[in-house]
Write a protein that binds this ligand. Structure first.
Ligand SMILES: Cc1cc2nc3c(=O)[nH]c(=O)nc-3n(C[C@H](O)[C@H](O)[C@H](O)COP(=O)(O)OP(=O)(O)OC[C@H]3O[C@@H](n4cnc5c(N)ncnc54)[C@H](O)[C@@H]3O)c2cc1C
Length: 480
């Protein structure tokens, strides 16, 4: 098959040709930022769809995501990316952080904030947090203040485990399971005992402790594919970019160039935005710092078990769970009901009174190999313990999504394995949630890395043209 290849040009006034390999959030952000900067972009994605680790599928007339995704108000570049895609209306954002915590047979607890300046904004909630003893709550406040004094960029913090550090400070097993893991698991995709202290400090400081409103949560009200992949495709094509799906890039080399379907295509700059364990197979040896060790970043799986109940079983949009095999449960009825951008069109899930929920299990090393039927049985029973109404409800449908390679594993010592955007090949830049963004593997990290790679690629192309080329001049006039 012949691809619509980039055609390098010798015309100094022509826009630079930038190839982006990988259509996950990093590649999409890079492609859009490069196109917005005036480049002619070609995006190569091996899958038949865009969105990478964020995708959706339809089953029996309802939409399901590959796994629940949540962001925080501090995810500024991800939120700006949603704005650029024109989909901010499709996400829900909390006015104030409030995380319900459900336990079987116990009163609902909450981790929430007030409007007080940070870090006082969390004090009331921590001091009243029912799942912990009073001694554990007081210690948690002191530990939070100590976390705030740590520097996530200090290499020593990355050599230490978050759980080890918590235990040295006297945090009990109960406090780690009932409070610290509640935040560490969904953000670092590891339990505190396995996570790098540096990544935990990044999450707790940027996400919770440094600013009052940074942890207010957001989530999509539509399927992830509609939010990211479909919307990004519209923006890229509107900017004159080309999207090549089912285009597996086989090599990226000097030039820079990409080879897809046996065809070598030259570009002025290339942004490689594929998963960390794919990079080495695509590049000449030693193109990236520590290239041969990238696979040591490891992988951490995520499992979601989706249920369609014939009635409402929970009355909060989501909840964490304690004293239960469930980590988090989300009400996905609205997204399951999505029928496109036309107002008023729905699949009728809501009007039939059904509730669609997703049980989301991070760092699911013990469960990723379990049979779907086992997982469904385990979590149906666990939901019945958490929400008595579900014990009486009929399950109309249930489906399991397993992401074996959901994220890299942010264990102690991983920071030095994460390369920055530059490579040994002129004009070739790296992007991906796994690159050295300082963030754990998140949507924010992916978008940040893509934006940065695009800036560097555009600068490289500008440098290649000594005088201001017409495409850049025109772009600057448009912005002004
Ligand atoms: C189930 C699940 C739940 C998650 N929950 C959250 C959450 O709540 N909050 C959060 O912030 N983050 C969450 N994440 C993490 C987040 O989704 C990822 O960090 C982010 O989407 C990664 O984006 P990326 O572009 O770096 O990589 P990817 O999405 O992996 O994109 C890489 C792309 O490259 C393509 N590719 C690979 N090889 C080639 C090739 N040779 N040629 C062409 N294309 C190629 C792949 O097909 C893929 O589309 C979750 C992830 C999963 C899986």
């Amino acid at each position: 098959m012949s691809r619509a290849a980039i055609k390098p040009t010798t015309d100094p006034d022509a826009p630079p040709q930038i190839a982006v390999v990988g259509g996950g959030l990093a590649g999409l952000a890079a492609a859009i930022a490069a196109a917005d900067g005036g480049a002619q972009v070609t995006l190569y994605e091996r899958a038949p769809r865009l969105g990478g680790a964020t995708w959706s599928f339809q089953r029996n007339g309802r939409w399901f995501d590959n796994g629940q995704h949540v962001f925080m108000r501090c995810c500024t570049e991800y939120r700006a990316f949603l704005d650029r895609l024109g989909v901010t209306d499709h996400v829900a954002e909390q006015a104030r952080l409030s995380v319900p915590v459900t336990r079987p047979g116990r009163r609902l607890a909450r981790i929430s904030r007030t409007g007080a300046p940070a870090p006082l904004h969390l004090a009331r909630s921590l001091l009243r947090y029912g799942p912990l003893s009073v001694a554990d709550r007081l210690r948690a406040v002191r530990t939070a203040l100590a976390l705030r004094r740590l520097d996530p960029d200090d290499p020593e913090t990355d050599e230490t485990s978050f759980g080890g550090w918590l235990r040295i400070r006297g945090e009990s097993d109960r406090a780690i399971a009932g409070l610290w893991d509640l935040i560490c698991l969904p953000t670092v995709n590891l339990r505190a005992d396995d996570a790098s202290l540096s990544l935990a400090v990044k999450v707790f400081r940027t996400g919770l402790l440094d600013d009052t409103d940074s942890a207010d949560l957001g989530w999509t009200r539509v399927p992830l594919s509609a939010l990211h992949g479909d919307a990004a495709a519209r923006v890229i094509t509107a900017q004159g970019g080309s999207i090549q799906l089912q285009a597996q890039v086989e090599a990226v080399d000097h030039g820079p160039s990409v080879t897809a379907d046996g065809q070598r295509i030259d570009a002025e700059a290339v942004i490689l935005a594929v998963p960390h364990d794919t990079v080495d197979s695509l590049l000449p040896p030693e193109t990236v710092a520590g290239q041969a060790e990238l696979a040591d970043l490891g992988i951490s799986p995520i499992v979601n078990v989706h249920f369609v109940f014939d009635r409402q079983i929970m009355d909060v949009p989501f909840t964490a769970a304690l004293d239960s095999p469930v980590q988090f449960v989300f009400d996905r009825t609205e997204a399951a009901n999505w029928a496109g951008d036309e107002p008023g069109e729905t699949t009728g899930v809501r009007s039939r009174g059904e509730q669609v929920v997703a049980v989301s299990q991070s760092a699911a090393f013990d469960e990723i190999g379990d049979r779907p039927a086992e997982l469904i049985e385990r979590y149906q029973s666990a939901l019945a313990d958490l929400f008595p109404l579900s014990a009486e409800a009929d399950v109309l449908d249930a489906v399991v999504t397993r992401e074996h390679r959901a994220t890299f594993a942010g264990r102690p010592g991983t920071r030095r394995l994460r390369p920055g955007p530059t490579t040994a090949i002129d004009g070739l830049y790296l992007a991906g949630a796994w690159t050295d963004t300082g963030w754990p593997a998140t949507m924010e990290g992916a978008v940040r890395s893509g934006n940065q790679a695009a800036r560097m690629a555009l600068n490289y192309c500008r440098g290649a043209n000594a005088s201001t080329p017409a495409w850049q001049d025109q772009r600057e006039r448009t912005i002004a």
